[in-house]
Each structure stands twice: as C-alpha cells, then as structure tokens.
Design a protein around this ligand. Structure first.
Ligand code: ADP
Ligand code: MG
Length: 488
C-alpha cells in the first residue's frame, strides 16, 4: 500500500487516481476511411470525404485498427468481447464536422484487464501492484483548431479527424503521483512492445485524462475532477499533486469539490476549471446506424494472439532467471528497442550477466554521449557479442575492452580485427610481468616499506603501476599473484 498522504489541517488525506489514456492506434489509415495518418503533414492534406463528414459518406471499419485494439487487450490479459458496437457521442464543436464522435459506450471491444507496476522503494511503491483496467474502447479522434494563423480567425485542420484512438480506462486504483507515473510508463511500454501505438507523448500519440479525488483513509471515495489531455508523465504527476492539494484546501476551508473538467497549464503548473462535468446522457449516445456490430471470429482472435511478442513482464522474468540484476532487468526491458537489441546480443552467444552490465554501462554511456538511440547504435549486437567473447575467454582484459570499444565506435571495425591489428591481446607472460614488477618495487621502495608496515591499501597502487607498465595488457589475475609473491 502506498503511504503517500497530503497533510492537511484536519489530518492526513489519501489521494485516489484513475486515468483515461487516449492512445493513437498505429495504422496507415484512419478508423473509418482510407486517409493517411502521418504526423506533421500539411494541414488538411489527409482528409477523405468521410473524415470531412460529407453527406452520404459511409464509414467502413479498418480491420487493422480493430486488430491493434484486440492485441492491446490481450497484452493486458483483458477479456476480449467478440461482440462490440459503435455508438454516436453527439456534441457540437468546430473541429468535429460530423457533429458526433463515433465511439463505443455500451459494448466496448475490450473488457476488464490489468497491468502491474513494479515495486520502486525510492518512489514509495513498496511492492509490485496490479492496476485494474476497466475497459478499452475504440473511437475517432477530432480535428484540430489553429488559433495562431490569423489575427481574427481560427482555422481547422482535419488531418486528425477520424484517426483511430484506443481509450484505455483504468480503475481508480492508484494512490500517489508516483504510482500514476509508473502506470503511464508501463502502459506506454506495453503499447510499444505490442506495436499498437508509438507512445510518442510529445506528438500527442498518447495523452491522459487525469481523474483525482481525495478522502480520509478508510472513507468512501470523494468527488473527483478530471483534467483533460495531459501529455507527459511529468505533467500527469504534477496535475495529481496540485489537484489533490487544491481539493484538500478547498474541503478544509469549508468548500466542496465539484465534479468538473479542468485544464492543465504547464507554464503556471496549475489546473483551472473548464466546464462542469457532463454526464453520458448529455451526449445523447445511441448506436451508430451506419455501422454493423463488430463480431470477432476465433481465427481472427487466434491470429491476434499468435502475433503478440514477448511482453515486458515475461522478458524481465526471463532476464532475472538468467541471473541479471533487477535494476538491469528493468532498464533493459523498459524500452522495446533496447530489449530487442539485447536479445540479439544474447542470441549471438553473449553471457547474460556480463552482457547486461556491459550494455547498461558501456553501451548506454556511449550512446548517451553521442546523443543516439539504440536503434542507430554504431556498434551492432553481433560485433558487441564478439567483443564480450574476447573478454570472456581472456583474450583481452576488461580495461583493454573499453579501449577496443572506443575504436569500434570510431571505425565500425570488428573487435577481433582491432585487437589483432593493434596488438592488444592480454598476456600471461610471467617473465615480462615479473620484470616490470621488480622495476616498480625498486622505484617505490618507500611505499613497499609502508605496505609491509600494514598499509595494505597500497596493493592497488602496485597493481595499477604494473598494469600501466604493461600497457593494460597483462592478465590481472597473474599480476595479482606475482605481486603478492614479490611483496611477500
Ligand atoms: P465517466 O464515464 O464519467 O468518464 P467513469 O466511471 O468511466 O466516468 O470513470 C472515469 C475515470 O475516473 C476512470 O478512470 C475511473 O477510474 C476514475 N474515477 C472514478 N471515480 C473516481 C474517484 N472517486 N476518484 C478518482 N478517480 C475516479
Ligand atoms: Mg470517461
């Protein structure tokens, strides 16, 4: 249980959070038309007659969008409804030429499911926690109003009009900003593994409506507010923190929370009231007469299931079973591209634990420095596997491996080629090592005295000097043994 509390004048308050996440379905075409969905296109260049709501145009469901919603439902182990139906949600707004949004109210395509957020001591999440998902339904996106193009007029861009969205509705199961942040990150990760949404929050492919209420621990749920269209994990957490405080202060000063829709202003980091919350009946929902119910057959469902990749939880469990640390397993599974890269490295024969350490420190460090994503890493997993194999079989030391990796990054050459060309093989030639040790001990007679007098930390100094003299190529184990012998 989260012990996140808001401290008020009348005691401690618990925060209750439910999220409705809108995720744009990855698909070349819109939900009910063949128009394209590419981000960043010139306004009104991806609009079919259906999207512009020309009279007499009929919607035709896009099989791929339905398939992606079903696969997403399966990924959160949700009930898939073989019968679902589209409803019209009626409202007027200039970005909605139809005068209604086609959505699914009564019979959504996906029912009850759940996803698990991982324990995170530092974030105040003491144990893994399952967050319920009430439903996922499929609906159309609206167009976009542009107010900054002309001093006295607004323009409408219908490129987004009709784009397929999944609305993923959580149960009010979260109890802290950190839990909500972890939920959004985990959901995004799953969507990206499944390939049903690119999860790009900056481009608006994923945005959350944040429902927040407060109560004294043990009491009934309080009245919630809903803050619309929050488009980053950081903002989701900020909205919850600010809104929970606002509600506590309001209640404690004798007011009551009204159920309303609010807007977040990131520049001021505050929410403000937009409108009182409408109820379902305000929208005059009714089944869309232009669309037949969706009936999913077993072959379709089987294909959806078979096409699912290994998901983050399963992958993480597999990494842990291979001895990889929980921290590394988290880091390696969070982003699907990194996980795929790492799996290719394992397939190429790398040992899991050493490979995980190397990827999370050396590779990620280098990519960070270069400002690159793992998908355009200059070193391939196959080349990395070769480098790690050279360390594992003692051909080169860990220190030399770092230098070889730098050269791989610069030249794109294979590790073996570099080691051969630059003469970097590790040596266990005891004669050569002993000769260097003798020189070092003579040159540092004072330190030898101190060491023998009990200052054992100096051993590391002698190791370092020997390695340096051997240009890093001496086998460290042999160096250790020979030094111990020489120092008595
Ligand atoms: P509506 O249909 O009006 O949007 P729902 O019952 O579908 O309302 O709930 C919408 C979202 O609000 C869900 O994510 C749900 O978890 C959340 N929610 C419901 N009650 C509360 C509450 N008291 N506090 C916080 N969130 C809530
Ligand atoms: Mg809702």
């Amino acid at each position: 249980m989260s012990d996140y509390r808001i401290k008020g004048e009348t005691g401690e308050w618990e925060v209750v959070i439910g999220l409705e996440v809108h995720a744009q379905v990855t698909s070349n075409a819109k939900l009910f038309s063949g128009a394209a969905t590419a981000f960043g296109a010139e306004p009104n260049t991806q609009v079919s007659l259906v999207d512009a709501a020309m009279p007499g145009m009929l919607p035709v469901p896009n099989r791929e969008c339905i398939r992606q919603a079903v696969r997403t439902g399966m990924a959160i182990e949700a009930q898939i409804n073989k019968y679902s139906r589209f409803d019209r949600k009626n409202y007027f707004y200039a970005d909605l030429p139809q005068g209604y949004q086609i959505s699914q109210l009564y019979h959504p395509i996906v029912g009850e499911g759940s996803l698990t957020i991982a324990a995170d001591e530092k974030a105040g999440i003491p144990t893994d926690k399952a967050i319920g998902v009430e439903r996922i339904h499929v609906e159309q996106d609206a167009g976009k109003l542009m107010h900054d193009q002309h001093p006295t007029m607004s323009y409408v861009d219908l490129n987004r009009s009709g784009v397929a969205l999944m609305e993923i509705v959580s149960r009010p199961d979260m109890r802290s900003p950190a839990e909500a942040g972890a939920y959004v990150r985990k959901l995004r990760s799953i969507l990206r593994y499944v390939g049903s949404c690119d999860g790009n929050m900056e481009e608006g492919s994923m945005r959350a409506d944040v429902n927040v209420s407060v109560r004294k621990p043990g009491d009934e749920f309080g009245t919630r507010t809903e803050t619309k269209n929050v488009n980053s994990v950081r903002f989701v957490m900020a909205v919850i923190e600010g809104e929970a405080k606002r509600q506590v202060e309001l209640i404690e000063s004798g007011g009551t929370v009204v159920q309303e829709t609010r807007l977040y202003d990131p520049d001021r980091n505050e929410t403000r009231s937009m409108r009182s919350k409408e109820d379902a009946h305000d929208y005059r929902y009714f089944p869309d007469p232009d669309l037949l119910p969706l009936i999913l057959d077993d072959d379709f469902l089987a294909e959806c299931r078979d096409s699912l990749p290994e998901l983050p939880d399963a992958k993480r469990a597999r990494y842990l079973a291979a001895g990889i640390s929980p921290y590394n397993a988290d880091v390696l599974t969070a982003e699907v591209e990194a996980a795929r890269w790492f799996d290719t490295l394992l397939d190429a024969g790398a040992k899991p634990v050493a490979a995980a350490n190397w990827v999370t420190s050396e590779l990620f460090g280098a990519l960070n420095r270069m400002g690159r994503d793992i998908s355009d890493s200059p070193v391939s997993p196959e080349h990395a596997a070769e480098l790690l194999a050279l360390v594992a079989d003692g051909t080169i030391s860990g220190t030399i491996a770092k230098a070889v990796f730098e050269k791989m990054l610069e030249s794109g050459d294979a590790a073996g080629v570099i080691v051969e060309r630059d003469g970097l093989k590790q040596t266990s030639d005891t004669g050569a090592i002993e000769a260097e040790i003798a020189k070092i001990l003579t040159a540092n007679a004072d330190k030898v005295e101190q060491y023998k007098g009990g200052k054992e930390a100096l051993f590391g100094f002698f190791v370092g000097q020997t390695m340096k003299a051997m240009q890093g190529k001496a086998n460290p184990q042999v160096v250790n043994e020979l030094l111990k012998k020489a120092l008595g």
